[in-house]
Write a protein that binds this ligand. Structure first.
Ligand code: IPM
Ligand code: MG
Length: 368
């Protein structure tokens, strides 16, 4: 039996430093839990552009299609702001999502007890929060045609197209219902059926899939703007939220911030099952490349580490080991360790990225 394979793409900004801590965690699992992975590493985003003039080399794309899972750090930075759109670092990430057909993006927003005070919302609104946003990731306005900036009369016009087929909506709806069955059994679907035809179709198809296959799951619908309002008013009313690519981008940042810090939240992007039964998969923290603090050793590695926990759960069927890692993170937070992003202005001294990694490894050791 060969080991499962992982492709690590640290990317830009704080990506490499947080990924270094994930590599230590992966080594720990190999040494202490007998979970060995075949690891390869490559460039993505600005780092790939610097080396190859493209944010994702074709060889890297091909490798991503072969492996059991991809772990990605972050892409982008001010250095690349003026690049042509087609070679911007973000295009590397979007190409991975599109060509691997990772249509279902799981973005948990979970509030760790130790951090409930850190949210900008009242503690009782967020304490114990555990919701999952499922964002459609391969279609909608991110990819719809026509798109571009065109001349029209004596001015320019910028065009993007929101486009969804029934099958694209149905497959992401199914993944939301499936996941809800393993959690609180509730799905809220969000769109703008009041102003967009694609929203009307979205609502129809989600309702049809529910009627035909998932009547045991509680389904509700909300306009996405009202959904944003309800997420800030009383987020605990939700269990699973399913929404399109653009609304999901916005709502997941909003939901993430409820929990106090973007530095805490992982994500999984899943596609159809491969020949070995595992889904095509890419795991990445929700936070970006944070160029303002890159290279200073103060980034929070937790979101990236928890992304590996999601890989254990969703790609490698190691739910118990994923829970072990999540509990190690909780332990460390309960002990009061905080990277800079988890401290207020006049807080105590923050720990470094490496110190946070040390503490999580120690908590893993203690779990044995
Ligand atoms: C995200 C990011 C990306 C997106 C960017 C980096 C292309 O904001 O993953 O949420 O808009 O999807
Ligand atoms: Mg985003």
């Amino acid at each position: 039996m060969t080991n499962p394979s992982l492709l690590i793409l640290p990317g830009d900004g704080i990506g490499p430093e947080v990924m270094d801590q994930v590599k230590r965690v992966i080594e720990w699992y190999g040494a202490r839990r007998g979970l060995a992975f075949d690891i390869s590493e490559d460039l993505v985003g600005g780092a790939a552009y610097d080396a190859h003039g493209t944010p994702l080399h074709d060889d890297t794309m091909a490798r991503a299609q072969e492996v059991d899972a991809v772990l990605l750090g972050a892409v982008g930075g001010p250095k690349y702001d003026k690049l042509d759109f087609s070679v911007k670092p973000e295009r590397g990430l979007l190409r991975l999502r599109k060509e691997m057909d990772l249509f279902s993006n799981l973005r948990p927003a979970q509030c760790f007890d130790a951090l409930a005070d850190f949210s900008s919302l009242k503690k009782d609104v967020v304490a114990g929060l555990d919701i999952m946003i499922i964002r459609e990731l391969t279609s909608g306005v991110y990819f719809g045609e026509p798109r571009g900036i065109f001349e029209e009369g004596n001015e320019r016009v910028g065009i993007n197209t929101q486009r969804y087929t029934e099958s694209e909506i149905a497959r992401v709806a199914r993944s939301a219902f499936e996941l809800a069955r393993k959690r609180g059994n509730k799905v809220c679907s969000m769109e703008k059926a009041n102003v967009m035809e694609s929203g009307i179709l979205w609502r129809d198809v989600v309702t049809e899939v529910h009627q035909a296959e998932y009547q045991d799951v509680e389904l509700s619908h909300m306009y996405a703007d009202a959904g944003a309002m309800q997420l800030t008013r009383w987020p605990k009313q939700f269990d699973v939220i399913v929404t399109d690519n653009l609304f999901g981008d916005l709502l997941s940042d909003l939901a993430a911030m409820l929990t106090g810090s973007l530095g805490m939240l992982p994500s999984a992007s899943l596609g159809a099952p491969m020949a070995n039964g595992r889904p095509k998969a890419l795991y990445e923290p929700v936070h970006g490349s944070a160029p303002d603090i890159a290279g200073q050793g103060k980034a929070n590695p937790i979101a990236c580490i928890l992304s590996f926990a999601m890989a254990l759960r969703y790609s490698f069927d190691q739910g118990d080991e994923a829970t072990r890692l999540e509990q190690a993170v909780e332990r460390v937070l309960a002990d009061g360790l905080r990277t800079a992003d988890l401290l207020g202005e006049e807080g105590a001294t923050p720990v470094s990225t490496v110190q946070m990694g040390d503490a999580i490894l120690a908590a893993l050791d203690a779990s044995l």
